[in-house]
Ligand binder design. Structure first.
Ligand code: FPP
Length: 249
């Protein structure tokens, strides 16, 4: 089967796409707007990207909305991002749920205001049976923090050393039950991982574009998926044509 809008065979589509939505601030500054205007434009774009993801038939989307390091930003920007999360839940939840989107949160809830915590939990509860798209919202998320928490819980559960495996660690992460990302898209051209899904990204393919997040449109998303479909994923093995040449990536 081929996805008509894409001309990519379904088996060549990523099951899970993750996105580092970077460049909102620079998008705003370039236009002489305050940084928060960039986050608002970024939120509008997020709405379009979610719609395209559903249309493309991708089953899992993870978005990096607020990192454990983002608390270091000016207080008005932190407050603004908190308000955006609240607004997105208030205004978009019914529509997202109607579209069959299951919302999940990854990250630490406890540092968020109680009102936001309960909104997030309600949104997760309300959409838990939807199955068209699983949308993981990484908010107050850090990859190292996630791994540290997993180790703490593994020890607390008294798991014997002989049972600690790759699969067991995965089951202790926020993303338990979600396949690892196949494709990670990073906008605004930075060449870093920024503490995002550092365990899960072991074999992800990267698509990095200079485009700022608010301008990352459906055409470029399609291009990223086409680029992915043409990648040769070897998972540490060797491609049939490359046999004998040796590669460990
Ligand atoms: C990075 O751009 C972006 C963020 C830290 C926030 C991303 C948030 C959104 C797109 C809004 C959607 C949010 C929710 C809660 C659903 P930057 O500010 O670091 O840009 P810069 O590198 O150009 O300064």
């Amino acid at each position: 089967m081929t996805i008509p809008a894409l001309a990519i065979p379904a088996e060549k589509l990523p099951r899970h796409v993750a996105m580092i939505m970077d460049g909102n601030g620079r998008w705003a500054i370039q236009r002489g707007y305050p940084r928060l205007a960039g986050h608002k434009a970024g939120t509008e774009n997020l709405r379009r990207v979610i719609r395209s993801t559903v249309e493309f038939g991708i089953k899992y989307l993870t978005i990096y909305a607020f990192s454990t390091e983002n608390w270091g930003r000016p207080p008005e920007e932190v407050m603004g991002l908190m308000r955006i999360l609240e607004d997105v839940i208030d205004r978009e939840l019914a529509e997202l749920s109607k579209e069959g989107v299951q919302l999940r949160h990854i990250g630490r809830l406890e540092r968020l205001a109680p009102k936001i915590q309960s909104k997030v939990l309600q949104a997760v509860e309300l959409t838990k049976h939807n199955d068209r798209l699983v949308l993981n919202v990484a908010f107050n998320y850090g990859g190292r923090d996630e791994i540290v928490q997993a180790i703490q819980r593994i020890i607390k559960d008294g798991v014997p050393i002989s049972e600690v495996s790759d699969q067991l660690v995965s089951r202790y992460l926020y993303t338990a039950g979600v396949p690892d990302p196949d494709l990670i898209i990073r906008t605004s051209g930075e060449l870093r991982v920024s503490n995002f899904l550092i365990w899960q990204a072991a074999y992800a393919e990267w698509y990095i574009t200079p485009t700022f997040w608010p301008d990352f449109d459906k055409e470029e998303y399609r291009h990223a998926l086409e680029t992915f479909a043409n990648r040769d994923r070897r998972f540490g093995g060797v491609a049939p044509v490359a046999l004998g040449k040796g590669s460990n990536a």
